[in-house]
Design a protein around this ligand. Structure first.
Ligand code: PEP
Ligand code: MN
Length: 346
């Protein structure tokens, strides 16, 4: 921690600052400038975390040297974390695509979607059974029966499933049916939920909050990891800005920043970021070029009848086209893509 004193700080004030820091078991180092003095604090920075240093007379600003997150920090792990997802590893050489409807709406649509996205090269099926909706009057998901459909789709297709958990009371049921627990953007700072999903043995897909900084996202991941669950997947899904032409603003720079700050795998969600079908492909290309480990894409058999997020959902053909169009971007990024299944001979 580095403490910068205000101009004209007195010797008594400097002594007091040093005494305060040293009383917590740290050493101090003074560097005197023309008008300011810099006090370097040497030792366990965590001990200073809850001390209101700015309120000590003479202190102008305080600068942490170490990152506030530890388990999620790049330095914590000798190699980048890889998370097994069915037949592949997220965070490895393959760009992993997770696809499926925004919401589970019924058995037929889910089974059809699972078959189709798998044939196009998706490695996991997504679909919400519990839906966080801005309006309480919107469709809020099939809940437990949606979880059962997901579990059935998993058996039928062989694809692992990713689904959202919104509440601590749902964690057990969701973990009992799904392979990956999604914590949505609106719940990224629900610390009780983060703690609870940290206690289960299922990877957690953590979406960036609408107004969360990259550091907020990493600290949310830290909550999960602190409970012992180190398998956290981060997801950039767009943030809220003044721009209204897109549903959110896709923060493409978050991807390389996260890749350099943490060992955790990073997904990008071009569907929620853009909010419109025509933006999904260009944002997906950008994400791959920026170094994302995978993509989360909304796909629906008939987007025009979707009960949620139809405007940003691709139909089966559009998803197949996207997977083909991604190939050169994936190759340029030095990664591989799952092979597409050959259509059956007629
Ligand atoms: C979703 O994935 O359908 C979803 C609700 O995402 P987000 O939490 O990013 O809005
Ligand atoms: Mn959605």
């Amino acid at each position: 921690m580095i403490i910068v004193t205000r101009i004209g700080v007195t010797e008594e004030e400097i002594d007091h600052i040093r005494e305060r820091v040293e009383s917590l078991g740290l050493r101090t180092h003074l560097s005197r400038g023309e008008s300011r003095t810099i006090i370097g604090c040497i030792g366990d920075e965590e001990r200073l975390q809850n001390v209101p240093l700015l309120s000590i007379p003479g202190v102008e600003s305080v600068h942490p040297v170490m990152r506030p997150y530890k388990l999620a920090a790049k330095e914590f792990s000798a190699r980048d974390t890889r998370i097994a997802l069915g037949e592949v590893e997220l965070g490895g050489s393959e760009l992993v695509v997770v696809a499926g409807p925004c919401s589970v709406e019924g058995e037929e649509m889910l089974m059809q979607t699972a078959r189709s996205v798998k044939a196009s090269g998706a490695r996991a099926l997504r679909g919400g059974a519990f839906k966080p909706r801005t309006s309480p009057y919107s469709f809020r998901g099939m809940e437990e029966s949606g979880l059962e459909l997901l579990a059935a789709a998993r058996v039928a297709s062989g694809l692992p499933v990713v689904t959202e958990v919104m509440d601590t009371r749902q964690v057990e049921a969701v973990a009992g049916h799904a392979d990956v627990l999604q914590v949505g953007a609106r719940n990224m700072q629900n610390y009780a939920l983060l703690t609870e999903v940290g206690r289960v043995h299922r990877p957690v897909l953590l979406k960036r909050g609408l107004s969360a900084t990259i550091q907020d996202l990493l600290l949310a991941a830290e909550y999960v990891m602190k409970q012992g669950n180190m398998n956290v997947i981060l997801c950039e899904r767009g943030i809220r800005t003044f721009e209204t032409a897109t549903r959110n603003t896709f923060d493409v720079s978050a991807i390389p920043v996260l890749k350099s700050e943490t060992h955790l795998p990073v997904l990008a969600d071009p569907s929620h970021a853009g909010g419109y079908r025509y933006l999904v492909a260009p944002l997906a290309y950008a994400a791959v070029a920026a170094g994302a480990d995978g993509l989360l894409v909304e796909v629906h058999p008939t987007p025009e009848t979707a009960l949620s997020d139809g405007d940003q959902s691709l139909d089966f053909d559009e998803f197949g086209t996207l997977m083909e169009a991604l190939a050169p971007f994936v190759a340029a990024a030095g990664r591989t893509l799952a092979p597409r299944e050959q259509p059956a001979e007629t």
